[in-house]
Design a binder for this molecule. Structure first.
Ligand SMILES: NC(=O)c1ccc[n+]([C@@H]2O[C@H](COP(=O)([O-])OP(=O)(O)OC[C@H]3O[C@@H](n4cnc5c(N)ncnc54)[C@H](O)[C@@H]3O)[C@@H](O)[C@H]2O)c1
Length: 337
């Protein structure tokens, strides 16, 4: 297939691009490099430096006739795209509560441009990076796709609204979609081919890695009095290499069946903050100082995914999402910095 990957220079997008290239697809990355990196681009993929907020430029890119293309991938300029993967977004949940305007514009308006460009250029398959943030406070565990959606932050709200827009464009324009609700993405390419650090990470594993290489003094543990075996919060971490195979399987499913879906991609196992810290200390051989501070408001004690639907429909399971592999592949990248 000929695939346009929007946000493909970012942390997850570059892994997704790698997977599609490995599977023999033609890939064009479209990215404004606001948090993506040139070092995350592959010579065999085309690259368009553009912004989803520039509708005219996006439309030209989606039609296969951009102003400037870098790279020489198999796809001929002017060839129509069979699918697009949309990963471009602002993603800091905390920031979204103080700067909702930024999230309205980049996530909502940006996505409307993408949907309109897809409708106008005849792209009929979209894989969208949604998030576990659409669920909000867990009512039961593990969280499956039937769980009520009640986002607790504006970022999660934008993801849920986009899923609704996708539903309407499916009905009205015949655009099939897969909205993939990732849990905590972590790790780096299991074959070690990507080394561009995630920019401004807010997740536990990169924060621990920063403390391990000494660019952060210590790791703050937000509360150790939760109702969990060691008192610290439990989260579901999914490896980016697993997310990448999930995207390929989802695109195959929607393009083959013509059916749209929203589904979870998670490891189905939870790890506590202390378990993640201990594994990181063992793998890195570094002491990694940590200090317990107060709870953060709105942090549930435990969050784990059911990925049963992804298994049933796509035959997908997480193969690299054990904590050892998540930490080892991260450490290999951070240790070289
Ligand atoms: N990292 C996670 O744990 C996680 C969890 C759930 C969902 N997600 C979603 O996955 C997607 C990718 O996340 P990531 O962690 O790789 O983040 P990232 O910041 O590394 O990637 C986002 C990419 O989109 C590009 N981009 C942003 N705004 C753009 C614009 N206006 N025009 C063109 N390009 C633009 C950035 O330059 C970057 O390359 C996001 O949509 C995010 O909300 C991430």
């Amino acid at each position: 297939m000929n695939i346009l990957i929007i946000g493909g220079a970012g942390y997850i997008g570059s892994h997704v691009a790698r997977e599609f290239l490995d599977q023999g697809h033609r890939v064009t990355v479209f990215d404004n490099l606001s948090s993506g990196l040139r070092g995350n681009l592959f010579p065999e993929a085309r690259f368009i430096h553009g912004d989803i907020l520039d509708y005219a430029g996006l439309l030209r890119a989606a039609s296969g006739k951009p102003d400037s293309i870098v790279g020489s991938a198999g796809g001929k300029a002017g060839a129509p795209f069979d699918a697009l993967v949309h990963l471009a977004a602002s993603k800091a949940a905390g920031e979204s509560m103080v700067r909702p305007e930024k999230y309205s514009v980049n996530n909502i308006s940006g996505t409307m441009n993408i949907l309109n460009a897809a409708a106008e250029t005849g792209i009929r398959n979209i894989v969208f990076s949604s998030s576990a943030a659409v669920y909000g406070e867990p009512q039961y565990l593990p969280i499956d796709e039937k769980h009520p959606t009640n986002p607790e932050n504006y970022y999660g709200f934008t993801k849920l609204e986009i899923e609704r827009f996708l539903g309407w464009y499916d009905k009205l324009k015949g655009i099939h979609f897969a909205a993939l609700r990732y849990f905590n993405a972590a790790g780096y390419d299991v074959k070690g081919r990507l080394a561009g650090l995630e920019q401004n990470p807010a997740n536990l594993i990169p924060i621990i890695m920063e403390a391990a290489i000494g660019i952060r003094k210590e790791v703050q543990v937000f509360g150790d009095d939760y109702d969990t075996p060691d008192g610290t919060c439990i989260r579901d971490y999914v490896h980016v290499s697993d997310l990448s195979t999930g995207h390929a399987a989802a695109l195959d499913y929607i393009s083959r069946t013509g059916k749209s879906l929203s589904l979870n991609l998670g490891s189905e196992t939870g790890s506590s903050v202390l378990e993640v810290l201990e594994t990181a200390r063992k793998v890195s051989g570094k002491p990694i100082p940590a200090k317990t501070v107060g709870r953060r408001p709105g942090d549930p004690a435990k969050l784990t995914a059911s990925s049963g639907l992804a298994h049933e429909l796509l035959g997908w399971t997480a193969k690299h999402s054990d904590m050892e592999t998540l930490i080892k592949t991260s450490w290999d990248v951070y240790n070289k910095q």
